[in-house]
Design a protein. Structure first.
Lengths: 118, 539, 188
């Protein structure tokens, strides 16, 4: 079990090291002469205006929530699908009920206008 | 262990609640409503009426199906009512007890009783909510009310950890939103936020206790030494606890402590009560009524299920023969709740806040009533019946009291005690309802509250917790002081130039029926007592 | 070897969880929370609960964290400021935490945990699926209701009721009447 994950562990460590090495190297090698213009936030070469935090529209949240709910549904679907061979028709009905309830939620959100962007 | 089609009738009330919730929501979003104030009002009333009619129907189905109050005789001579009677017969045939459904869902007498109480409470709240339609999203209000009720019904029937937790979350999440409904008002938003924060912490505590209980059960295994099939079922936990050694019992006690603490938050037992006054005051008054009546009842049923089905072997005692187990924990909670809840109610000036503290002190009585449930069979059954009796009376009492306050608020009466001045002239009906509800809460003799308190005291006394009964008696006398503070402006102070209070007919009838029930159950306690005993014995 | 990996993961969990609590900037707290979720997923993998581990990454790291970040973005920006309330002196909290931890560690440490089932199949997803359809059918279906409640609750809290642009039934009838009237008048 652990051996199978040794590869992933190695990749994970490599993925951590790979960006860190150039960053540290650049930090050690670069000349340390700072000016206010250099320290400024880079915004496509234009002068920075306003803060970094803006208030998002509520629709982003609605989409994220719908995503979470159907994400959870997928998590339930996976073991169901794997075990479907042993379960038969009853499992199909049970999962249909589950999905229909969630689809009802989606229809509700749609009709309510929560997914409209305007 | 598969779900059978023939099991569907055993879930009939819950299924009907779910379908009704979808109907209420669907009929609102799929309808093309206009946007003027009249249409908006009509829209809210449509949702309220559909919910009220549906809940009434579901309540009747539950009553007939449960077969506690009456059983329909087998087919006799064909009469004009025969079609209706055979429908009822079919319903009752589906409601038989055959052990817990899938090992997770008990459909015994206690479940039937819980359904009747919780669906009944939702029905009353739906009827009262006609005066308090929310400014926006009216259908969602009733949908969430129905789904919260569904979660509570499942909670009261749970025989397994996971379904208990999911049901608790179902009702809690709906209640968080309901408590913060009409979030334009800062008080409601604050109430919703406080309820949410305290609620999620309590859920986490409860879940930690559940995971410990599960871990110990899995570690011990079944009676034959192997792992039990459904480790999370209360039966498997009880089986494991029976053979647990000292160290494992320690972990079990820790699990029980955490689980009781988690539910105690929902019940607002001291020291887990600090959210209750703010939430009861800030939330819409109908939601406060639902919280005080239904949410609390459901929490008690959950404790009954967990403690008696999963942990009967660590019940212990809280009296002369020792101070151990969960009985001792409940005794401590009851003690602190009775003393602090009643003392904190004394200086309150806001009526709803005062009733919130009174509701907290009632939770102390509920803890007192739960305490003897770990005892031997005859004593335990009598105590369970007393608990059910108390739950019925407390539910009706809080619905009447909070409902009367809701009606007052709908009529524009402010929330302080002095605003009730001269209510006997301004609206005799509301004055009478408030007086009866409060006198019943105080436990004055001709009313139902007296019988209920008496039954609880007898149960706790016989379980050996005589010291606690004495303290409870003393706090009952203290409680009279603040209850009289509510009654004094109603009856003794002149109305001066305060305007009369008008009440919608539906609200008036609902409240009058609740007050009449309190009188009837006090004068004639027999039928309800028999019903409670039948519910306890119908396992 | 397992112990070493466990200690590494556990210290990662504890460190990131502490950073969640002490971060002054709420976005940073959210990012550390995601790190905590991720490390917990690694812990599940160490326990050979692969499916739960993947689900943890999928749902918590993938979806819930997005939700948290969007929720932060939704709030109006307030300059970093000290919380308006103080929950009493810090040492009371510390004493409470240490006391609770002592109780938990002594009680849980005293239990002889028995680990069974050495010959479990590598993937337990089929068993999970079967259990979901059998013993846990009711909580499974109730979970759909809980998700629906969450969806409705979010809409109620976050959405302003918007003006409908769709014509109502009354508008349709009025339009039809208007058309009929025009037809009677003979005007186009």
């Amino acid at each position: 079990m652990l051996d199978a994950y040794a590869f992933i562990g190695v990749f994970f460590i490599a993925a951590l090291v790979f960006p860190l090495v150039p960053l540290i190297a650049a930090w050690r090698l670069r000349p340390q002469r700072s000016t206010p213009i250099k320290r400024d936030t880079y915004e496509c070469g234009l002068e920075v205006t306003g803060g970094t935090r803006v208030q998002f529209k509520v629709q982003y949240y609605m989409y994220a929530l719908a995503f979470v709910i159907f994400d959870v549904e997928v998590v339930f679907l996976y073991p169901w699908a794997v075990a479907y061979g042993q379960l038969g028709l009853f499992a199909l009905v049970a999962m249909s009920v589950f999905i229909i309830i969630l689809v009802f939620g989606l229809v509700y959100e749609w009709k309510k206008g929560a997914l409209e962007w305007a | 262990m598969m779900f059978q089609i023939s099991d569907v009738p055993r879930l009939l009330p819950e299924l009907m609640l779910a379908v009704l919730a979808l109907l209420v929501l669907g009929s609102d979003v799929l309808e093309r409503w206009a946007d003027d104030p009249a249409a908006r009002r009509e829209r809210g009333r449509a949702a309220a009426q559909l919910t009220g009619i549906g809940l009434g129907l579901i309540w009747l189905v539950t009553l007939v199906q449960g077969g506690l109050a009456f059983t329909i005789a087998p087919a006799g001579a064909a009469g004009p009512l025969d079609a209706l009677l055979s429908l009822g017969r079919n319903l009752q045939a589906g409601g038989a007890e055959r052990g817990a459904l899938l090992g997770a869902f008990a459909t015994d007498g206690i479940t039937v009783m819980a359904r009747l109480l919780l669906i009944g409470a939702a029905l009353v709240v739906a009827l009262l909510a006609g005066d308090h339609l929310p400014d926006a999203h009216p259908a969602e209000f009733f949908t969430l009310l129905l789904l919260a009720t569904l979660g509570m019904c499942v909670m009261a029937a749970a025989q397994e950890l996971i379904i208990a937790f999911v049901a608790l979350e179902c009702s809690s999440i709906a209640l968080y939103v309901l408590a913060g409904y009409s979030a334009r008002q800062p008080a409601a938003a604050e109430a919703g936020m406080k309820y949410l924060l305290f609620g999620v912490v309590s859920s986490a505590v409860l879940l930690y206790g559940m995971s410990l209980a599960y871990g110990v059960t899995a570690s011990i295994g079944g009676a034959d030494g192997g792992p039990p099939r459904v480790n999370t079922s209360f039966a498997a936990i009880a089986e494991a606890v029976r053979v647990a050694d000292v160290a494992q019992r320690g972990a079990v006690m820790l699990a029980v402590t955490l689980m009781i603490a988690g539910v105690a938050y929902k019940l607002a037992l001291v020291p887990f009560h600090s959210w209750a006054p703010d939430v009861y005051q800030g939330a819409s008054p109908t939601v406060a009524a639902f919280l005080a009546a239904a949410s609390k009842t459901a929490g008690v049923f959950l404790l009954v299920r967990v403690l008696t089905a999963a942990f009967p072997d660590v019940a212990g005692a809280a009296g002369a023969n020792g101070f151990t187990g969960w009985a001792a924990l409940l005794a401590l909670l009851a003690l602190s709740t009775l003393v602090l809840g009643n003392l904190a109610a004394l200086p309150q000036d806001v009526t709803r806040r005062l009733l919130a503290y009174s509701s907290i002190s009632h939770a102390g009585f509920l803890a007192l009533a739960l305490l003897p449930l770990g005892g031997a069979a005859p004593l335990r059954d009598a105590a369970s019946a007393a608990l059910l009796y108390y739950l019925v009376v407390a539910l009706i009492g809080s619905l009447a009291a909070f409902g009367a306050l809701a009606a007052l608020q709908a009529a524009g009466v402010a929330d302080r005690l002095e605003d009730l001045a001269g209510l006997r002239q301004r609206n005799p009906l509301l004055a009478a309802v408030l007086t009866i509800a409060i006198a019943s809460m105080a436990g004055l003799p001709p009313l139902a509250g007296f019988t209920a308190k008496f039954a609880v005291f007898v149960g706790a006394w016989e379980a050996g917790a005589a010291w606690l009964v004495v303290i409870a008696l003393v706090t009952t006398v203290i409680a009279l002081a603040y209850y009289l503070r509510v009654l004094r402006p109603i009856w003794m102070q002149p109305a001066d130039d305060r305007p009369t209070v008008s009440v919608a007919p539906v609200t008036a009838v609902t409240l009058a029926l609740a007050a009449l029930a309190l009188i009837a159950l006090g004068v004639l306690p027999g039928p309800l007592w028999q019903l409670a005993q039948a519910a306890v014995l119908a396992r | 070897m397992v112990t070493v990996i466990f200690i590494a993961i556990a210290s990662l969990i504890i460190a990131s969880a502490v950073l969640v609590v002490i971060s002054r900037e709420i976005v940073r707290a959210a990012l550390w929370l995601i790190a905590t979720f991720f490390a917990v997923g690694a812990l599940y993998l160490l326990l050979e609960a692969e499916f739960i581990g993947v689900a943890q990454v999928l749902v918590y790291v993938g979806a819930v964290s997005i939700l948290i970040l969007f929720a932060i973005m939704l709030t109006r920006q307030h300059e970093r400021h000290e919380p308006a309330w103080r929950a009493g002196p810090w040492w009371i909290a510390l004493a409470g935490v240490i006391g609770l931890a002592a109780v938990l560690i002594t009680t849980i440490g005293a239990v002889p945990w028995r680990l069974t089932d050495d010959d479990l199949p590598v993937s337990r997803a089929p068993q999970l699926g079967t259990a979901l359809m059998r013993e846990y059918l009711l909580p499974f279906q109730l979970a759909a209701i809980v998700l629906l409640v969450a969806l409705i609750g979010a809409v109620v809290i976050a959405m302003e009721e918007r003006r409908r642009r769709t014509p109502t039934l009354a508008d349709d009838i009025a339009a039809q009447r208007g058309a009929a009237d025009r037809a009677e008048d003979g005007t186009p």
